[in-house]
Design a protein around this ligand. Structure first.
Ligand SMILES: Cc1ncc(COP(=O)(O)O)c(C=O)c1O
Length: 353
């Protein structure tokens, strides 16, 4: 067997670890390792940041915003403390009210951003294949109270952006993309970031572009970006507080990490996409293992390597497979599990599918 990383020593035993054999990996094979580099590479800038005393929303944050906007081909990028705070602020800045349509298959933070703003999430199931929001089901869920649609790039895979924009326009709804997992993804050969009213990316440790923690709101609406910059700083408007903001700024240190990683983004995207191709190549002929479909013309960011298990055809329950891999010291995660609709806090909010 070819070994792709010298970091992990591979042990090959006839018996699987779950059946008493030696685990394949001595050290835990993490599902994702954050993209980091030698911190010595940042020392000059860190010293400069410390000696200047400008430690938040200063030179590096501005540069990071400009560079991200340039890379994504969008007019404005607003750096914030996380995608969750970015979504919360986007919802606030766009003045959303009442009900917002979201996919039921998503990470919990998509929905948090609505509930924190006192809005009601209305769930739409995902379509089989892409596992993105099922656009055919959306219009059925629109009511006079609906103010927006918040689609998600599930696992970094673009949803049906054109159809979503058409529905939003027809019903005069705002369109906010939860693009947390999608930095570097492409829809119809266009890098995502400029769709809808705005898109919100996560820069947390698992993401293709990480700033260790952080988020990014991208938009072609300059006024919206200005509003978001005030909102991330409590809502400050000169000496006054113009609107109810948050403390959601990005620090200079995080922006510095983001900038360094942005310089390597093409390599990071290629590595993840190549690894996914490698896994797919090795697993494609195993009955009962499926992969998310990526629609023609699109590219996923490759944020996650995902398989779907058809338990009947595969012959082993998903949970058993996870246990067997854990015994081999291989980490897996069940996404998005439990489903967001089943969380206890959802009880009072969700209108069932
Ligand atoms: C779809 C989705 N939305 C929102 C978030 C929240 O991102 P953050 O941790 O930056 O707040 C995540 C995090 O992984 C996510 O996957």
């Amino acid at each position: 067997m070819k070994v792709y990383s010298s970091r992990y020593k591979l042990v090959v035993d006839d018996k699987p670890a779950i059946g008493g054999g030696k685990p394949m990996f001595k050290d835990k094979l993490n599902i994702i390792r954050p993209t980091l580099f030698d911190p010595a590479e940042m020392m000059v800038e860190i010293k400069e940041i410390f000696s200047s005393g400008n430690v938040t929303v200063s030179k590096h944050v501005k540069l990071f915003e400009q560079e991200c906007a340039r890379y994504l081909g969008v007019k404005e990028a607003v750096a914030v403390s996380s995608a969750t705070s970015g979504l919360m602020l986007a919802v606030k800045a766009l003045g959303l009210t009442g009900e917002v349509i979201v996919p039921s298959f998503t990470f919990t933070a998509t929905v948090h951003s609505l509930i924190w703003n006192g809005l009601t999430p209305v769930f739409v199931d995902c379509e089989e294949g892409t596992y993105n929001i099922d656009v055919k089901e959306i219009e059925r869920k629109i009511t006079p109270k609906t103010s927006a649609i918040m689609p998600v790039y599930i696992f970094g895979n673009p949803p049906r952006v054109r159809e979503l924009a058409q529905i939003a326009e027809k019903h005069k709804l705002k369109l906010v993309f939860d693009s947390a997992q999608a930095f570097g993804a492409e829809y119809n050969a266009i890098r995502v970031g400029g769709f809808g009213d705005c898109e919100v990316f996560s820069l947390s440790p698992t993401k293709v572009l990480t700033a260790i923690e952080g988020g990014l709101i991208t938009t072609n609406n300059i006024k919206l970006a200005e509003h978001l910059r005030r909102l991330r700083d409590y809502g400050k408007c000169g000496e006054d507080i113009g609107s109810m903001g948050l403390s959601a700024r990005m620090s200079e240190l995080h922006a510095l990490v983001g900038l360094k990683n942005l310089g390597n983004i093409e390599k990071c995207l290629k590595t993840r996409r190549d690894l996914i191709l490698l896994y797919r190549g090795l697993l494609w002929d195993i009955d009962g293992i499926n992969f998310p479909d990526i629609l023609p013309g699109n590219k996923s960011s490759g944020n996650y390597m995902v398989i779907f298990i058809d338990e009947q055809r595969f012959g082993v329950p998903r949970n058993k497979l996870c246990e067997a891999l854990k015994a081999e010291n291989i980490e897996t995660k069940k996404y998005f599990y439990p489903a967001v609709l089943l969380f206890r806090y959802m009880g009072i909010w969700s209108r069932l599918l």
